[in-house]
Design a protein around this ligand. Structure first.
Ligand code: ADP
Length: 636
């Protein structure tokens, strides 16, 4: 190659002239050259091996040397030598584009300079050409990569993207054909995912075990593999190729497939630049595949969630931080008469049920129990719970408790009917038992029996009056509310219970100052205080200490009853406010009760918009606290 590029064709019929040029310029300057004495010899040389520069004598015996100029002037740089000082001839030659016209005799340096200048010119033109080709190629590559990239960031049509990747790989690397194979995770086999210019036959053949040496190497090493010539034959492969380039497709550090381009006919091998190009394309393909996988996975999850939400009986409503609706399920649409147009709308504008809006508005309160019972226009009652959803907003789940409420009502009604019907016969039994000692003398044993009957009667009567009470409280009958001075209530209860406390040698400490009133029902509040102090006396072994305090704080009146009694375990603390719950232990064995006292307390406190809770440690005593909102006179 180097020889041909530096060949000079010397065309001159005069042997002496040729010898002079060769000896004085071409040899000393180290140029390779061929000689021709006439036009046909010159043409033959040009055809056999294109020269780089032609030195042409204008007079070739009988022939006009310039005929060659007419034929090849545009393709090769000519230097014309002549003996005639004809201005016409010279200007014609120059017009035809020759590099120089030298009139014999000329200095050898003159030709040497012209040759050197011409070669520089040729080199510059060549470089410019190469540069242009490189720019063109880069533009083409950039264009291809850009197109692939754009498809990937656009809508997902993975097939199209992968076909594009393979065709770009083939075209940009100048290969004959190409393929993209992926590994089937179940079998470890490679299967053809996309191809460019493969024959049908090849397409069918392309199911390769990963242990196929060539593909296998790419996959196992995670590195590109470039083979040509005899190297291909050294590696066992089912592919019949002369040269091949394969690069891995990786997601994270896992190889999921191979992108290959190959030549079956041409033995042209691939270069570093092709490796780089294919790697970039393979990365794009891997991204497209991973995107599609993520998209499918997300879609599956979404569909699953959608089904769950759809089928769910519970109402689900999700909003953003500004309470604009983000999600509602079927049950929500049905309960609140909504449809898809509600999405994106502010909750308060599309929902007509105020308590639901109030539930969401609770999000600003510090109390973390955001609950509400919501009655729908059709009479159903939903129990709702609002929760903050990190990064989303708020979500409410509402459950239909209509049936539970109804059952509860039926149960309460039943209990109150039964207790009411029991009371009348009980009163008369008690009357007659009381009369027994008066109608005649009783033996000691009889007296003992009567006393036992009386005690049992008392507890039955207590139970019945508690049952009736709780029924009434829950039904909300007899429920006038007034401003009540809680301190007076507490003092009265203490006065009433002092004798019982004395009987057990308890020290009763009272810290009850005059305080503002609460809005409440006097009789029921009395019951609350009496139950708590009564329990403190009951569940404290003799010689105990009981402290009752009342104070005001932040708009609330706080009643605390503290005892040094038997205490309540953490497990039992969870249930003591439930109806009929009594702690069963050695310490409580001999203490009688109905298990209704605290549930009455709780129901009453709830009716007063207050709260009650217990703190206790087994064996150390208990503290019961009641919080009631201070009465605020309505300013009208
Ligand atoms: P009871 O009629 O059994 O007293 P309550 O509803 O008043 O029913 O109380 C429920 C249970 O809570 C009691 O059985 C008792 O075990 C426990 N309890 C209530 N108050 C106290 C207290 N001050 N100290 C220890 N245990 C208590």
């Amino acid at each position: 190659m180097a020889m041909t590029t530096n060949t000079i064709l010397l065309v001159d019929d005069n042997a002496e002239a040729r010898a002079w040029l060769i000896e004085s310029v071409l040899r000393p300057e180290g140029y390779a050259f061929v000689e021709a004495t006439n036009l046909s010899e010159a043409r033959a040389h040009i055809l056999a091996q294109p020269p780089q520069i032609i030195i042409l004598d204008a007079q070739l015996g009988d022939e006009n040397g310039l005929a060659l100029l007419a034929e090849y002037g545009l393709r090769y740089p000519f230097i014309v030598t002549t003996t005639r000082r004809s201005v016409d001839e010279m200007s014609a030659a120059l017009e035809a584009g020759v590099v120089d016209v030298l009139v014999k005799p000329f200095e050898p340096q003159r030709l040497a300079r012209t040759l050197a200048r011409t070669l520089r010119m040729i080199k510059a033109v060549g470089e410019r050409q190469a540069l242009r080709e490189q720019v063109d190629r880069q533009a083409q590559e950039f264009n291809a990569l850009y197109t692939v990239g754009k498809r990937i960031s656009g809508l997902f049509n993975t097939d199209e993207i992968l076909e594009l990747v393979v065709s770009a790989a083939v075209n940009l690397s100048g290969a004959e054909q190409g393929s993209l194979m992926l590994i089937k995770p179940e079998t470890g086999e490679l299967y053809l995912r996309a191809q460019h210019r493969l024959s049908t036959q090849e397409t069918q053949r392309l199911r390769v075990k990963v242990n196929d040496t060539l593909m296998g190497r790419v996959i196992q090493s995670g590195r590109p593999m470039m083979l040509s010539g005899t190297d291909v034959r050294k590696v066992q492969t089912s592919l019949l190729v002369k040269s091949i380039l394969g690069v891995p497709l990786s997601v994270g550090d896992k190889v999921i497939g191979v992108l290959t381009v190959e030549n079956q006919i041409s033995s042209r091998s691939f270069g570093k630049h092709d490796v780089h190009l294919l790697t970039t394309l393979a990365d794009q393909a891997a991204i497209a595949i991973e995107n599609a996988r993520l998209f499918r996975a997300a879609e599956r999850e979404r569909a699953k969630l959608g089904t769950i939400l759809h089928e769910m009986q519970d109402v689900v409503i999700v909003t953003d931080d500004e309470l604009r609706i983000l999600l509602i399920n079927e049950a929500a649409c049905e309960a609140f008469q909504l449809n898809d147009t509600a999405l994106g709308q502010p909750l308060a504008e599309v929902v007509a049920v105020q308590p639901l809006i109030d539930l969401f508005e609770q999000r600003h309160t510090e109390d973390f129990v955001w609950r509400a019972d919501i009655t729908l226009p059709d009479g159903r009652v939903l129990q709702g719970q609002l929760s903050p959803l990190e990064g989303v907003g708020y979500g409410a789940v509402l459950r239909d408790i209509t049936r539970l409420i109804e059952l509860d009502r039926i149960k309460s009604e039943f209990v109150s009917i039964v207790s009411h019907d029991l009371r009348t016969p009980l009163t008369s039994i008690r009357g007659y038992v009381n009369l027994l000692p008066r109608v005649g003398p009783l033996t000691e044993m009889q007296q003992d029996f009567v006393a036992r009957v009386e005690r049992s009667m008392d507890s039955i009567v207590d139970l019945i009056s508690d049952l009736l009470d709780i029924g009434k409280i829950e039904a909300g009958v007899d429920w006038e509310m007034h401003a009540v001075a809680l301190h007076t209530v507490v003092r009265e209860v203490i006065e009433r219970l002092q004798p019982t406390a004395d009987m057990h040698y308890h020290t009763l400490t009272v810290d009850v100052p005059d305080l503002p009133p609460v809005l409440g029902n006097l009789r029921r509040l009395d019951q609350v205080v009496a139950n708590l102090i009564g329990n403190a006396i009951k569940y404290t072994p003799d010689n105990g200490s009981i402290k009752v305090s009342l104070q005001e704080d932040d708009g609330f009146l706080i009643l605390q009853v503290r005892d040094s009694g038997i205490g309540i375990s953490l497990e039992d603390q969870r249930h003591i406010f439930d109806k009929f719950y009594r702690v069963e232990s050695e310490a409580t064995e001999k203490i009688s009760g109905t298990g209704l006292g605290l549930s009455i307390v709780k129901a009453i406190v709830k009716k007063h918009s207050g709260r009650v809770w217990a703190e206790s440690e087994l064996g150390r005593g208990s503290t019961f606290t009641v919080l009631l909102p201070r009465y605020v006179e309505k300013t009208k």
